[in-house]
Design a protein around this ligand. Structure first.
Ligand code: DAH
Length: 352
């Protein structure tokens, strides 16, 4: 070991001091121990060795050593702070706070879903529950239990999408052409009274055009109890029309025909665009057709195990896409099924 009085010793310590600013984190720790370490640090040893020197030397060399010790301490602290700053900067390199904020769009409800939810809510207020059924049905529930005659044109492959697969009894299966078979399921599931709304998809062998889609939403309704009359039907559906289209619309019921209701009717509201004077939307009639309805056919009640002597009921079916088109003034149903987000987000209520 060189002695503290040795100029080489001080010079080499000065060189090491200037090198501190270039050390990386682990070399810095090692160097700090090598220089300032209590047991074997170079400077510590030199300071201990002062004892061997004369008083005169002790004074000068001791002062030099103490000065350089302070410089080392300051240099180690400064380099350590610098390395920490560098590490923090590296960690935040991906976080450019000057970038403009990224737009997070969380999606919106589909306009048809908005209309379905609203309609279901209106009927729930009236005491209707929600019932659901499967999209794949057999001919019996889709047609025959609902009083369709076996030669009804709806059974034709041109209108109905049949599956190759057969049911558990070997019977033909199909994609339900309407939500009405869920009426059959509800009635066979337990005794009356029933008050249900049934949202769901229906399928027909129709190509897409401005007013048809091969798969489309329907909402079915069924109310069966003792003493239910056509007055209940009119009151319930008029209330519904006023809630959806506004108190000022006029409502009318026209005679119609469905195999599963007798009598049957179609409900119109006065045109929401022209107010009834006649325009393109209502094809000059002043009225918009909203839904089909009627008193549940006696034969349907029987087919479903409900005693028509004791119980009567009404049913209805409507297309929420059509209602959405009327509500939002849409000229073509394909807009609703095209999935164009730029179009759909205009109706958004969520996340905008
Ligand atoms: N199922 C009919 C259709 O798809 C709609 C319908 C009309 C349902 C009258 C009903 C009803 O329950 O009573 O065209």
């Amino acid at each position: 070991m060189n002695t503290p009085s040795d100029h080489n010793t001080l010079d080499s310590l000065r060189q090491r001091l200037t090198a501190v600013a270039q050390l990386d984190a682990s070399a810095l720790d090692a160097e700090e121990i090598a220089v300032l370490g209590r047991k074997a640090g170079e400077l510590t040893s030199q300071l201990k060795a002062l004892a061997k020197l004369s008083i005169e030397e002790k004074r000068t060399v001791g002062a030099a050593l103490n000065a350089i010790k302070l410089e080392f301490e300051a240099a180690f602290a400064a380099r350590r702070a610098e390395l920490t700053r560098g590490a923090n900067a590296a960690a935040s390199r991906d976080l450019d706070l000057s970038l403009p904020g990224r737009d997070t769009w969380t999606g919106t409800r589909h306009p048809v879903s908005i209309v379905i939810d609203e309609i279901v809510a209106i009927f729930r207020e009236l005491g209707f529950a929600v019932a659901l059924g499967p999209d794949i049905e057999n001919e019996e529930r889709n047609f025959f239990a609902l009083n369709f005659p076996p030669d009804h044109p709806a059974l034709d492959m041109h209108d109905t999408l049949y599956l190759e697969a057969r049911g558990s009894q070997g019977e033909p299966l199909l994609l339900r052409t309407h939500t009405s078979p869920v009426q059959v399921r509800v009635m066979r599931d337990g005794p009356p009274p029933y008050r249900v709304v049934i949202p769901g998809l229906a399928y027909r062998n129709d190509p897409f055009d401005a007013s048809h889609a091969p798969a489309f939403s329907q909402i079915e309704g069924l109310a069966v109890d003792e003493g239910v009359t056509f007055v209940d039907l009119k009151a319930t559906l008029s209330h519904f029309a006023h809630r959806v289209f506004g108190e000022s619309v006029k409502v009318r019921f026209r005679p119609s025909f469905f195999p599963f209701t007798e009598p049957s009717a179609e409900m119109d509201v006065s045109c929401t665009i022209c107010g009834g004077s006649g325009c393109a939307a209502c094809k000059g009639t002043g009225w918009l057709e909203i839904l089909g309805c009627g008193m549940v056919h006696e034969q349907v009640l029987k087919n479903c195990g409900v005693d028509p002597e004791k119980y009567t009921g009404f049913a209805f079916g409507m297309g929420p896409a059509r209602i959405a088109m009327l509500r939002y003034g849409l000229p073509d149903i394909r807009l609703l099924y095209g999935g164009d987000v730029r179009f759909l987000r205009q109706f958004g209520e969520i996340g905008q």
